[in-house]
Design a protein. Structure first.
Length: 129
């Protein structure tokens, strides 16, 4: 006696003792995908042309490139930053970026000029004559 399916065409067939052939399930073939596949699929030519694209927003802000950095921060400050982000409904990243921008601007104002780029300075052991 073969293995009977629990649910087939007639879910009560097991009560009446009817033997049913289990349905053959063929696995669905999946298309091979690659990482380079286009994100936007092209529409077939038979469809109606799309409406004219909407005008882009007047002010398009490009976000500056970000870098992930790790720093040690006082636990009290972390909680304050999280509270500010929660109550102002912004991200912690936005709070930290605003605080750092404000602090850097204040330091440069006190100095009277921007800090020079550190990568221009010579690196290595100083040479003496």
């Amino acid at each position: 006696m073969g293995k009977r399916p629990v649910i087939g065409e007639d879910p009560l067939a097991w009560i009446a003792g009817k033997e049913t052939e289990p349905e053959k399930q063929t696995p669905k073939k999946r298309k091979a995908t690659s990482k380079r596949k286009k994100l936007v699929e092209e529409k077939p030519a038979s469809e109606e042309p799309a409406a004219e694209p909407e005008e882009p927003p007047e002010e398009t802000e490009e976000k500056p490139a970000t870098i992930r950095q790790t720093y040690h921060v006082d636990a009290v400050l972390v909680e304050k930053i999280r509270n500010i982000a929660y109550w102002d409904r912004i991200t912690v990243t936005e709070v930290v970026n605003a605080a750092i921008r404000s602090h850097v601007a204040r330091l440069e104002e006190e100095r009277g000029e921007e800090y020079p780029d550190r990568r221009r300075e010579r690196v290595g052991r100083p040479v003496t004559s």
